[in-house]
Every structure is written in C-alpha cells, then in structure tokens.
Design a protein around this ligand. Structure first.
Ligand code: ATP
Ligand code: MG
Length: 421
C-alpha cells in the first residue's frame, strides 16, 4: 500500500461497499417516491460553462468566489465541474424545450448527481458530494411549494428519519430585499469594528449573506439584526401566511426562522432548510426555495420554479440500514468443474435478488461449509454427483435450526421466495 504512486485527493472520499449499499437503499426510496409526485429523472453533465454559475448563483457567492473547480480546456473554453444542480437543471430544461412553449410549461424533474466544491474538508463536508435535487417548473402557485415539501417529508418518513427539523422563511421580491439590505448595511455598520475584512466585503456586496455566516463571533450581532418581515410586499406576505397555514393543516411541523436566507442569489419568496442535531456542525441536510427569475437570468423565458437539493452523504450518516438480501452459497462436489458453471448459470437466471457466493470447489465439503458460515450465508446449496444425476440439490440452512433438505432443482425459486418471509 505504501508504494501506491498516488493516494486519494484531499477532500475526496472512497465509498466502500457498506456505505455504497446505504446510498443504493436511499436512492431506491427516492426512485420509488418520485413518480408519486410525477417527478421524472434527468441526468446532468458533470461539466458546464462557468458563466452559467457566475450568472445564476451570483458573482459574489462563496461558491463562485472560492469554491468552483474551474479550468480552461483544450479548446480554451472555461469550464467548471458542477457545484450545484439547479442552474444546470434549468439550463437543461430550457435548452431541450421542456419548460417553455409560448408560455411556461409545467414540468417536474429530479436528479441524483455528484457536485464539486473546493471547500475546507471536514466530516460531512467534502469536495465531491452527492445531491438529490428536484425542481418543479411552470407554476407560481403555493401548492407547488407545498407539494415539494411533501415530497421531501415522504422521503424522510420512508427512510425513518423523523427528527429532521424544517425551517422556513420568505425573502420576498428583489425590491423588498434591496430595501432590507440597506437596513442591514446601516445596522452592521453600527458594529463595524466587530467585522472581519471578509465580512466587510460581504456587507458591501451582499449584506443578507452575513445572516448566513457561521462565525460564532457574529452570532449575537445577527440575533439582534432587523428582520426582513418589515420589508415584505403584501402579496409575498400573504402567500407565506397561506403556506404556513397549509403546513399546519397537513400537520407538517416547521419553524418560521425570520433570519433564514440562502447563500445563492436566485431565490425569492419561500426558502427552507432541513436540519438535524445528529451530525454536529454540518447539520443541514436539505435546502431550497422558490426561484421565479432564474430562467430569465440565464437567458431563457420567464418560468416560475421551486426546488431543493438534499445532501445524500449526510443522509447516509443518518439512516439505519442493514441489508436483508438473502445470501446463498453454492458448494459443488464433482470431478468436473463444468458442472459448477452449469449450476451457477442456472442460478443466475433466476429473476430474484440474492447474493450468490461460489465456494472453493477444490476444497472438501466440510471446508466449504465452514467457508459458507464465514461468508455469512443464509443457506448453502450443495450439489454432488448424486444430486447431479437426480437433478436435485441439498439445502443446508445455516442460520436456523432446520434439517437439511433435498429438493428438485425446479423448486429452488419457491425456496428462495419463501425463505425470508
Ligand atoms: P452548508 O450550510 O452545509 O454549507 P449549503 O447551504 O452550502 O450547505 P446547499 O448549496 O444548499 O448547501 O446544498 C444542499 C445540501 O447539500 C446541504 O444541505 C448539504 O446537505 C449538502 N452539501 C452542501 N455542501 C456539501 C459538502 N461540501 N459536502 C457534503 N454535503 C454538502
Ligand atoms: Mg456551503
């Protein structure tokens, strides 16, 4: 190992089988629930033009200023590994005419894709991570916002993640935010000596982002900062009140956090975030909101939209999952190893999910049984010369007190189906 010419790159991680199984389990839940909300899967390219993110996320955002993996390729185009999915998804939807045809078209899309951000690596924060995101296009109605929240709730429920807390807020329109930002500038200037140079810079470029700061020194200052609620237009306020009312009626618990803002420029009205207290400081597992102006910002026609992204690496840490796939061992005792291939082939034709482990044919039966035990097999299928001539097999039940059975090959499917009931 020490002679490896290269080790994995800082901030990137190797996902081993145990963890990969958890990813697969979560992804399967997502694929099962998405159609219930009429959301269809897309696959995003890993590279986009850098301008897409500069325009959409905002030139002054953390992602654009310090976190993008961008480079000039052989054609001198400046490309970037995607740091988030929403802008790519909107680009894809517009470019393929999925969301506009003489007017906005309703369309619901989702993706599960790796994202790349050059952040300081720590537990729960990687430079490549996987996001599941969904975007609902073409509808301004709050019912879409609610449906999106229901989709996320359903997925958390299925994964048995019951103590993830939802916070919501409204950030109104660009006009509201402009007025509010001016107020924030005045406020933060009054405690100007407490701010670092970088925070002064944020204050001059996008004051609302200071509210999102994780700097403990700013905590009490942020706590006393003015709230956006005093600057909201009536329509946004009424829409938000309706959303809160509906969530109450649907019995979806939430906290209204009037200081919740998002680190990306494109949001308006509803913003939300799900947090857990089980992961230490990297506690956000899902975040999103409405972004009615993004499609125009990147050069398309106006298409109202709402969406979210969920960090699956953090969800994997939270789920309690043990695979219950049946593990079948095969022990063949025969002079001809062609027999093994024949039997393996017929077992692999069975259209059921199980893990099949072929024991070492050249070992004695007792050694093969030991090997099956070590490999955690539930059952061992033993095929010797007698079985071959009778077209039967012997089943050894390794994890329960049942006697060995000898059954015709044709009944194997019944045995497997019955086994884990
Ligand atoms: P954070 O507050 O943790 O920096 P964020 O606001 O940058 O999150 P978003 O851009 O909203 O995150 O992404 C949505 C989700 O993706 C987050 O809630 C989190 O679960 C996950 N995520 C974001 N960045 C990372 C990362 N570097 N490593 C692992 N997961 C991440
Ligand atoms: Mg971040």
């Amino acid at each position: 190992m020490s002679n490896l010419i290269s080790k994995k790159i800082r901030g990137f991680r190797d996902i081993l089988p145990i963890e990969s199984k958890k990813f697969l389990y979560i992804e399967n839940v997502i694929h099962r629930i998405a159609p219930l909300f009429n959301v269809q899967q897309i696959r995003l390219p890993a590279l986009e033009s850098i301008d897409l993110f500069k325009r959409s996320i905002g030139e002054t955002s953390d992602i654009v200023t310090k976190e993008m993996y961008s480079f000039e390729d052989r054609n001198n185009d400046i490309l970037c590994m995607i740091p988030e999915g929403t802008a790519s998804c909107v680009r894809l939807a517009l470019e393929n005419n999925l969301i506009y045809d003489r007017g906005p078209k309703k369309q619901r899309l989702y993706y599960i894709a790796p994202m790349f951000r050059h952040e300081r690596p720590q537990k729960g924060r990687y430079r490549q991570f996987t996001q599941f995101g969904a975007e609902f296009f073409g509808d301004t109605s709050y019912t879409n916002d609610i449906d999106l929240i229901l989709l996320i709730t359903k997925i958390f429920e299925k994964l048995n993640l019951l103590d993830i807390k939802l916070s919501i807020n409204t950030i109104g329109t660009a006009v509201d935010r402009k007025k509010y930002s001016q107020e924030l500038v005045t406020y933060f200037h009054s405690c100007s000596e407490e701010l670092s140079d970088a925070q002064h810079d944020t204050l001059s470029k996008n004051p609302m982002r200071l509210l999102d700061s994780k700097d403990p020194k700013l905590k009490s200052i942020i706590a006393s900062a003015p709230l956006i609620s005093g600057f909201l237009n009536e329509e946004s306020q009424a829409n938000f009140d309706t959303i809160k009312e509906k969530l109450d009626r649907l019995k979806i618990p939430f906290i209204h956090d009037p200081k919740l803002v998002r680190g990306l420029d494109y949001y308006n009205d509803l913003v939300f975030e799900w947090k857990t207290n089980k992961l230490g400081s990297q506690d956000a597992v899902c975040a999103g909101g409405r972004y009615d102006n993004l499609s125009e910002t990147i050069g398309g026609k106006p298409v109202p939209s709402v969406g979210f992204a969920m960090g699956l690496d953090r969800i994997v840490e939270l789920v309690d999952y043990e695979s219950n796939v049946l593990i079948i061992g095969l022990a063949v005792i025969s002079n001809s190893n062609d027999e093994s291939y024949k039997i393996l082939n017929s077992l692999r034709k069975i259209d059921l999910t199980f893990n099949l482990i072929h024991m070492d044919d050249n070992k004695s039966l007792s050694k093969q049984i030991k090997q099956a035990d070590k490999s955690n097999c539930d059952i061992l299928i033993i095929v010797g010369n007698d079985e071959i001539s009778n077209n039967t097999f012997t089943v050894k039940h390794l994890k329960c007190d049942r006697k060995d059975q000898n059954i015709p090959f044709g009944q194997l499917i019944d045995l497997i189906t019955e086994y884990k009931k």
